[in-house]
Design a protein around this ligand. Structure first.
Ligand code: GTP
Ligand code: MG
Length: 366
């Protein structure tokens, strides 16, 4: 697996996951600080930017993308990209990459890029981080998903980090370990005794190439309690909550000498949702109770995605997010800042910003 970490958070988490990861930054200082073996500097045109990073401005990241476009595209092809959505670097460079992917007519399954995005916790993090994230979720992320040209997308949230007051390094390790556990599914199929079904490397690669959000989780499974009742309270606290699945995958690990037929109950749960999961049941002699690792692939429209992100925060914070959303569409604001708003709309619709501005000027609106 090839791993790419972009910006501060993306780089740290990528390295926790894979010491061979390539880290990308616009900040020379940040790149010098990391002990990554593979580093890539994106060039920005202001000298401060080169030293300081994107200072929460995704436009700087988007411009810098152009300097390393080919390298990023080839590194990301068939790989996993990790970035936060709040700052300027991870957000801006990922936007460049997603827009390039969206413009392709199709992407072969083996070249699909998977993404892991780390969303801020609005209650405790600066408004810029929240607003940058909303822009990112509405577009380019939703657009890229609509084209079907990405692989799975994991939406991590910093909620647990702040709520449980975790040291950053420990939280990053939790994210990495959780993802490692999910990614180990085909390895376990190869090394453990198979009891039913089978997920080989190719099945797993095919599943990961599906262009949907992936919510994965794992927990001790009690065969005497309905699966649905166990799944919901065991959603992965590091990820955004999932929606109704379109596709699913599960691995059931059974202790020695136990009855593996309880997997039929899990199958029934998905059949009721009209989903036929990819699955396997293996024997794991190290376990004392059955353990299930389950993944749900689901899709969201842009507004729902922003609502999911809002739901991560508490009521008080929701008001803050809503306010920032309203500011983006409110009429008086629009008049005050028509030029910026026009650029935003142009970008969102994939139109040329300069063309739109020229037309507005001609009409006397600017
Ligand atoms: N989980 C986690 N989140 C982090 C970490 N470092 C930063 N963040 C979060 O990531 C978001 C943006 O920070 P960065 O990743 O540093 O942003 P960047 O992509 O480097 O962009 P600029 O700093 O603006 O150049 C915020 O929501 C931070 O709280 C980290 O090590 N772990
Ligand atoms: Mg940074």
């Amino acid at each position: 697996m090839r791993t790419l970490g972009i910006g501060g958070a993306g780089s740290k988490i990528a390295l926790s996951l894979d010491p061979e990861a390539t880290v990308i930054n616009v900040s020379q200082i940040e790149l010098e600080k990391t002990d990554a073996a593979n580093k890539l500097l994106a060039v920005v045109h202001s000298s401060e930017g080169q030293l300081q990073g994107s200072r929460k401005d995704p436009q700087i990241g988007r411009d810098a993308f152009l300097s390393i476009k080919e390298q990023v595209q080839s590194l990301a092809s068939g790989g996993l990209v990790l970035a936060s959505t709040g700052g300027g670097t991870g957000n801006g460079l990922s936007t460049g990459l997603l827009n390039e992917l969206s413009a392709l007519s199709s992407v072969p399954q083996t070249d699909k890029t998977r993404f892991g995005f780390i969303l801020p916790y609005p209650h405790a993090e600066p408004t810029e981080y929240v607003n940058n994230t909303i822009d990112f979720l509405e577009n380019p992320l939703s657009t890229a998903i609509d084209t079907g040209n990405t692989g799975n997308i994991y939406l991590f949230s910093n909620r647990r980090k702040f709520e449980s007051r975790l040291p950053e390094e420990e939280f990053n390790q939790q994210l990495a370990d959780s993802l490692k556990h999910f990614l180990a599914i085909p390895e376990k199929n190869a090394s453990c005794r198979l009891l039913d079904g089978h997920i080989d490397y190719e099945d797993f690669a095919l599943y990961q190439a599906r262009p949907y959000f992936n919510h994965f989780t794992y927990f001790t499974y009690d065969p005497d309690t309905p699966f649905g009742e166990q799944l919901e309270p065991n959603h992965n606290p590091l990820l955004l909550e999932p929606d109704t699945p379109i596709e699913a995958l599960f691995l059931l690990e059974m202790p020695k000498n136990s009855d593996p037929t309880c997997f039929y109950d899990i199958l029934d749960y998905f059949t009721d949702l009209n989903v036929s999961p990819v699955y396997s049941v293996v024997e794991n002699p190290q376990l004392r109770n059955p353990r299930v690792t389950v993944s749900l692939l689901y899709s969201r429209k842009p507004a729902e995605l922003v609502a999911d992100f809002q739901r991560v925060s508490e009521a008080q914070t929701e008001a803050k997010v809503r306010k920032s959303l309203e500011q983006n569409v409110e009429l008086p604001k629009l008049e005050v800042n028509l030029e910026n708003e026009a650029k935003r709309v142009a970008r969102r619709q994939g139109a040329d910003e300069d063309d739109v501005l020229a037309i507005l000027r001609r009409l006397g609106k600017l």
